[in-house]
Design a protein around this ligand. Structure first.
Ligand SMILES: [Fe+2]
Length: 385
């Protein structure tokens, strides 16, 4: 009897940790602005989620009860695997520490809710995660861009490894990070777990969707993971002297193409987006920035329908608004067009699937450099003010 009891106890001791709720992916930052930031993380079981925020003031995270904010919708704590919390009312240019937590919801019947175990990010064995809000008065900014990774974690790791993370204010993921959106696991095993491991919990990543993310049964749920609390996947933000305008290119073939099985409506979407762009390019956020950078996965040339539609709907507006540079990818080869070529008054950089773009902007210049996988500089664009 005693042996049976001890065996049961041992089994319970082994099984309980295996059954405990876990944070499977994240946390990672989205939509970091001057006064807001969204944090995303995914648990392996349906649970409620919350974040604890602390100032970066030198006190221990355990010094006092930290501000807790729950993932809620319409006044109810959300029970889900995907947890997103939009923090608002933050101070520009300020570093915050944070911990994310989940508590499993075992059952919810009538008005009764029964909870299971809690999991959280570590603030004891290692330093709490931190992030810094944007600051438009910051005199300089450094950023890096990768694109067309297509699930190649090793290439992503090599490129991120070439960045001085302490000196990188933000990353741009300029589309086609996966080849197809079949499962959630593809997103995370393809690039996002690696990005989280390397930087994405502490350094903001701004995602510009490519055309490959639009393919597959998971495609309609892209926004559950990226830009989850923003209105759209096209948006703009400021950091330091740069205004970034992120556009969402849609697919490359006509919506009527047999490859899309009638599921796409990108012509109408790009028309709607052009209306937003018309207003965005006249906003103070854009016009008062020293540098204006357009981020869009597809170039306006190449002759396919998506590229032609971008040229027709976005480019008349961009020609008028004269950004400093247009950054894209999609073609899997490096191409640079200088200002004035083909009647376009600003340079276009088509970054390849195997090159990293690093840039630095200050009061004097926007300096953009391209590096191959060996870390050798292969091109440089220097835009002086
Ligand atoms: Fe693409």
């Amino acid at each position: 009897m005693k042996k049976m009891f001890l065996t049961g106890l041992w089994l319970w001791g082994v099984l309980l940790p295996l059954m405990a709720v876990r944070i499977e992916h994240g946390p990672y930052l989205q939509n970091v602005g001057e006064r807001e930031a969204t944090v995303v993380w995914i648990s392996d079981k349906p649970s409620v989620g919350w974040i604890e925020i602390a100032p970066d003031d030198g006190t221990h995270f355990y010094a006092e009860k930290r501000t807790q904010l729950y993932d809620t919708r319409i006044g109810i704590k959300v029970t889900d695997r995907i947890h997103t919390i939009r923090l608002t009312g933050l101070t520009p240019g300020t570093r915050y520490r944070y911990r994310v937590c989940v508590q499993e919801v075992l059952s919810h019947k009538h008005h009764e809710v029964y909870y299971g175990q809690i999991a959280s990010t570590d603030v004891y064995g290692k330093k709490p995660l931190t992030f810094t809000t944007n600051d438009i008065s910051k005199p300089e900014v450094s950023f890096a861009m990768v694109n067309d990774i297509h699930g190649r974690n090793d290439v992503l790791e090599t490129m991120i490894g070439q960045c001085d993370l302490a000196q990188t204010d933000l990353f741009l993921f300029n589309g086609d990070m996966v080849s197809v959106s079949e499962t959630e696991e593809q997103i995370f095993s393809g690039f996002m777990d690696k990005a989280t491991e390397l930087f994405a919990g502490s350094i903001p990543m701004y995602y510009c969707r490519g055309n490959h993310e639009t393919r597959g049964p998971m495609a309609p749920y892209f926004k559950d993971y990226f830009n989850p609390r923003a209105e759209e996947l096209f948006y703009m933000f400021r950091q330091g002297p740069v205004c970034f305008v992120v556009l969402d290119c849609g697919e490359d073939k006509p919506d009527s193409d047999v490859e899309y099985y009638g599921i796409t409506a990108y012509d109408a979407y790009r028309t709607q987006q052009a209306e937003w762009l018309r207003t965005a390019l006249k906003s103070d956020l854009y016009t008062q920035a020293l540098y204006k950078v357009i981020v869009c996965h597809m170039p306006p040339f190449g002759g396919w329908h998506g590229e032609l539609d971008i040229a027709q709907k976005f480019f008349p507006l961009l020609k008028e608004a004269k950004p400093d540079v247009y950054l894209c990818g999609h073609l899997h080869e490096y191409i640079r067009k200088n200002a004035g070529e083909e009647g376009i008054p600003f340079p276009i950089i088509v970054n390849s699937n195997n090159t990293l773009l690093k840039a630095h902007a200050d009061g004097n210049a926007l300096d953009i450099r391209i590096y191959d996988l060996e870390g050798k500089e292969t091109d440089r664009l220097h835009i002086e003010k």
